[in-house]
Write a protein that binds this ligand. Structure first.
Ligand SMILES: *[C@@H]1O[C@H](CO)[C@@H](O)[C@H](O)[C@H]1NC(C)=O
Ligand SMILES: *[C@@H]1O[C@H](CO)[C@@H](O)[C@H](O)[C@H]1NC(C)=O
Length: 485
């Protein structure tokens, strides 16, 4: 067991190190650069300015230039990394003059900080999650799940390639999911609150946690135990928030400034092409011509609520652990498709629950994971990460598509149909990627390939949402014994 664990960790770190050798977001693209510079700039700001100034515009903190737009836990993390940077080479985080540092030495430092987060948070977290799934469902799948989580190209390409720290928020969320599966509800509330305070996009996962925990506390027989449970969970959540937000709680202005940074309504319904419904509709129906920004925000809110509420209400009434995982998948997919200001990378939040469902629907979920990488291809190409993306995805496909992991039920018609559909879809995606690389778009439609990729991915993700709902409704008719066919 231990040797398997060590082998997986080594494999995971090797893959990440190899991806790290490649380019990152915004390399050599002054004056704004990209996410790499954003992360570095937050280190510069947090190390040099007083904590009260981190989220506010000022002479030393021009928010137009990569102002902090993640919650406090990200800011504290930037501060810690910034301190390390300062002691390593103060020029990395010197106020103003460090903008756009991109020496080899600095790249090694930055890449190393992501690997440190992998070792300290992501890898232990996915080990805990795969053990929890294995124990809860007696599925004997721990090793496969661990490998799947460790080698999923989407997360590696974005964190160790493009440059971000999703490994931290996803790791914290993975532990929270594991805690739910092991009936450690207080721990789940604690871990999830941390995840939410690292990246506000974790809101995509919030409703299923809320429905599940509320349903659990309400199921207590006596009012007294219900009240103590609910109070305990609320206390945990509020205490974590209060501690993390303490520097900005002295005035309403300060707190609302942070909130305003986290939810920048002014930035519009989407920025780059993204595989969601709004970007796809926008192809033929220019949304900006018909709706003001705040109207669009309300439309997003309404459609998101309509698509996420049913799945969470079902979870609330028919609470079970497989149902919880399905609801996480449905809710995050619906948020991705319908909410406001969605980024391509946010698909990683849907990928995490997809991996948790792998034991029941291996072919479907593997397909989803590949679609998720496909949907990020324009972003990865901009970062010059196309070759590592293709290599990592092909490797992933070969490892997990082998017959060993296929369910050995006899090939009923439904399975044949599914396999056919998957093959057709995968061939389509491969051809689109080849077209994207090889065929130069005409001057009239310069964005045609990213657009095709967005629309095709969006159609896939939408069908997956429908699929998730169908599976969930089928699940309702079963006895709640935590068994899924
Ligand atoms: C923020 O501060 C910078 C100078 O640091 C200034 O150029 C910019 O106009 C300010 N922005 C706002 C919105 O006040
Ligand atoms: C510190 O980093 C800068 C920029 O990367 C580099 O030019 C300089 O040589 C480094 N200093 C030392 C002492 O390594």
């Amino acid at each position: 067991m231990l040797s398997e664990l060590a082998a997986t960790a080594l494999l995971a770190l090797s893959l990440r190190s190899i991806i790290s050798l490649n380019a990152y977001s915004g390399y050599n693209k002054p004056p704004m650069f990209g996410d790499y510079e954003a992360q570095r700039h937050w280190q510069e700001v947090t190390v040099n300015l007083d904590v009260k100034e981190w989220y506010t515009n000022g002479t030393h903190n021009d928010l137009q230039y990569w102002g902090l737009d993640y919650p406090p836990l990200t800011a504290y993390h930037s501060y810690l990394v910034g301190l390390a940077a300062k002691s390593h080479n103060a020029s990395f985080v010197e106020l103003h003059s460090s903008r756009g540092v991109e020496s080899r030495e600095h790249k090694s430092f930055m890449r190393l900080t992501v690997l440190v987060a992998d070792v300290l948070i992501y890898l232990p977290a996915i080990w805990i999650l795969s053990a929890a799934i294995d124990r809860t469902f007696q599925s004997n799948i721990k090793q496969v799940l661990l490998l799947l989580l460790a080698l999923y190209p989407g997360q590696v390409l974005i964190d160790n390639g493009h440059f971000q720290y999703n490994n931290i928020s996803l790791g914290l969320a993975a532990i929270a999911i594991a805690a739910i599966l092991c009936d450690k509800n207080f721990l789940a509330a604690f871990m999830f609150t941390l995840a939410l305070n690292y990246k506000q996009m974790e809101l995509y996962h919030a409703l299923p946690f809320f429905s599940y925990l509320l349903g659990t506390t309400l199921s207590h027989k006596s009012f007294k135990s219900f009240a103590t449970q609910l109070t305990a969970i609320a206390t945990i959540v509020l205490t974590v928030f209060a501690i993390l937000w303490l520097p900005w709680l002295h005035s309403i202005d300060a707190a609302s400034q942070v909130l305003h940074r986290l939810f920048p309504l002014g930035r519009g319904v989407f920025e780059d092409k993204v595989a969601n419904v709004w970007c796809s509709i926008n192809v033929i129906f220019k949304l900006k011509k018909y709706f003001l920004n705040h109207q669009m925000a309300l439309i997003c809110l309404g459609t998101t609520l309509i698509t996420v509420l049913p799945t969470n209400i079902i979870l609330f009434w028919r609470r079970s652990k497989p149902m919880f995982l399905l609801t996480l998948f449905n809710t995050s997919a619906a948020f991705f498709l319908f909410s406001f200001q969605v980024h391509e990378k946010t698909i990683l939040l849907v990928a995490l629950p997809a991996i948790c469902l792998f034991q029941w629907w291996p072919s479907e979920m593997l397909w989803f994971l590949e679609v998720s990488v496909f949907s990020m291809i324009p972003l990865l190409r901009r970062d010059h990460l196309l070759v590592p993306s293709a290599a990592a995805t092909v490797l992933f496909h070969i490892v997990f598509k082998s017959d060993y992991f296929k369910d050995n039920k006899e090939q009923i018609l439904e399975n044949k149909l599914l396999n056919m559909t998957i093959i057709i879809s995968e061939i389509l995606m491969i051809f689109i990627v080849i077209g994207f690389i090889a065929i130069k778009p005409s001057a009239r439609y310069p964005d045609i390939w990213p657009l095709i990729i967005s629309v095709v991915s969006c159609a896939h993700i939408f069908l997956f949402l429908v699929w998730g709902y169908v599976k969930q409704i089928m699940q309702c008719n079963r006895k709640l014994n935590d068994k899924v066919e």
